[in-house]
Unconditional design. Structure first.
Length: 390
């Protein structure tokens, strides 16, 4: 009998199921409070949902233009100009995608050939490495290490070379909560310029900054023309299921992104794009209240974890907090997360899944605080069981 060939390509064979899916499934099975996957357990703002519902009622049910609807382009162009002084032309330099994850994949697929190299900061959002491998490119990682999650400048220098085509920069950074300071951004920018590298900047947490302010790398000298800036509705408006993202870039890079986008999803949900217009045009009071709310949630969870004896790495941005668990006698993050789910009733994420060498991430875990106050309080109450393990 002829032996059946493997159906899954070697490029994807090593990835398996995403850690987010695994931990959320296990939390559901055991009734654990899910502080693992980064989605809110509350709804998005009414004015945004109403705008999408009105679009459905008005019959906006057919394909949107491949690059996105004009009102959303105009809203995004005005927002980036007002907030950051970045001028992106509607219709020519903006592409609406099915979430930021698609925009990241489109960018890497369009800008790298087989054998090209892509610089990633680890720990990384796990879709980065998968996107690189699906494109046939080669990841070159630079490690961010606790407690400050700074990178070694010499290590970054070594990661760039003749075959480097893209550097993926995520700030504010998931999973660590780090925000790259201007000096760090300038170092990345210098290397991108020196090696003629495109920066794919994942800035989906741009509005969730608690210390300082967000600085898009595209605002640095020489970087607008070589940066694809990516963001989305998901984190800022608690609408992770809408999958509305965008990529802003000069025309040559926009053409590249669209060359991939048209064959991946072609168009993004039309009525939800109309809802996105209302979101992007939200009054500044919405953003101020959002940051204040999340800062309070961060401080509440971080304080409780510290009180329990975990080594908390207070995040400057995002809605995640990482913490070391060395005092509790566990060998690695997976074992500690398994204990949290099975014995404590709280789910967290083991960050070793986001490193090329899992050993680099085995000393800490990540909790999501994008939850209702009552959810966080219930989780904190359950976490008190850790006192018996100190």
């Amino acid at each position: 009998m002829t032996e059946t060939r493997p159906r899954l390509t070697r490029r994807l064979a090593g990835f398996g199921t995403t850690i987010f899916t695994e931990m959320s499934r296990r939390a559901t099975e055991l009734g654990a409070i899910n502080l693992a996957q980064g989605f809110p357990d509350f709804d998005g703002p009414e004015h945004v949902k109403s705008a999408a519902a009105a679009a459905i009622a008005a019959g906006h049910a057919q394909y949107a233009p491949m690059h996105g609807i004009t009102p959303l382009h105009e809203a995004l162009s005005e927002s980036y100009a007002r907030r950051y002084g970045l001028d992106y032309a509607p219709l020519r330099e903006i592409t609406v995608t099915s979430g930021a994850t698609e925009a990241i994949f489109d960018s890497i697929a369009a800008l790298t050939d087989v054998g090209d190299e892509v610089v990633l900061f680890e720990p990384y959002y796990d879709s980065y490495r998968a996107s690189v491998c699906m494109a046939g490119a080669i990841p070159r990682t630079v490690t961010l290490r606790p407690p400050r999650f700074d990178f070694d400048p010499a290590e970054l220098e070594r990661a760039f070379g003749e075959r480097t085509r893209v550097c993926v920069l995520n700030t504010p950074h998931n999973p660590t909560g780090k925000t790259f300071c201007r000096e760090e951004l300038e170092h990345v920018a210098r290397l991108c310029i020196r090696h003629d590298v495109v920066c794919v900047a994942d800035e989906v947490y741009e509005h969730l900054v608690y210390e300082g302010s967000h600085v898009p790398i595209a605002t640095l000298p020489g970087m607008r023309e070589r940066t694809v800036t990516i963001s989305s509705l998901a984190k800022t408006f608690s609408l992770t299921g809408w999958k509305i993202g965008w990529a802003l870039a000069p025309e040559d890079l926009t053409r590249a992104v669209r060359a991939a986008h048209q064959w991946v999803t072609f168009a993004t949900a039309t009525p939800l794009q109309h809802g996105a217009v209302a979101a992007v045009r939200s009054d500044e009071s919405y953003f101020r209240a959002l940051v204040a709310s999340y800062r309070a949630k961060r401080d509440r969870l971080a304080g409780a974890l510290a009180d329990l004896g975990l080594e908390v790495y207070l995040p400057a941005g995002t809605y995640f907090v990482c913490a070391g668990f060395s005092r509790f006698g566990f060998d690695d993050d997976v074992a500690f997360c398994r204990h949290l789910i099975e014995k404590v009733g709280v789910a967290a994420i083991p960050p070793s899944a986001f490193f090329d060498d899992p050993a680099d991430g085995r000393s800490f875990v990540r909790f999501a605080f994008c939850k209702r106050d009552e959810t966080l309080e219930a989780a904190i109450a359950r976490l008190q069981a850790l006192r018996s393990h100190r």
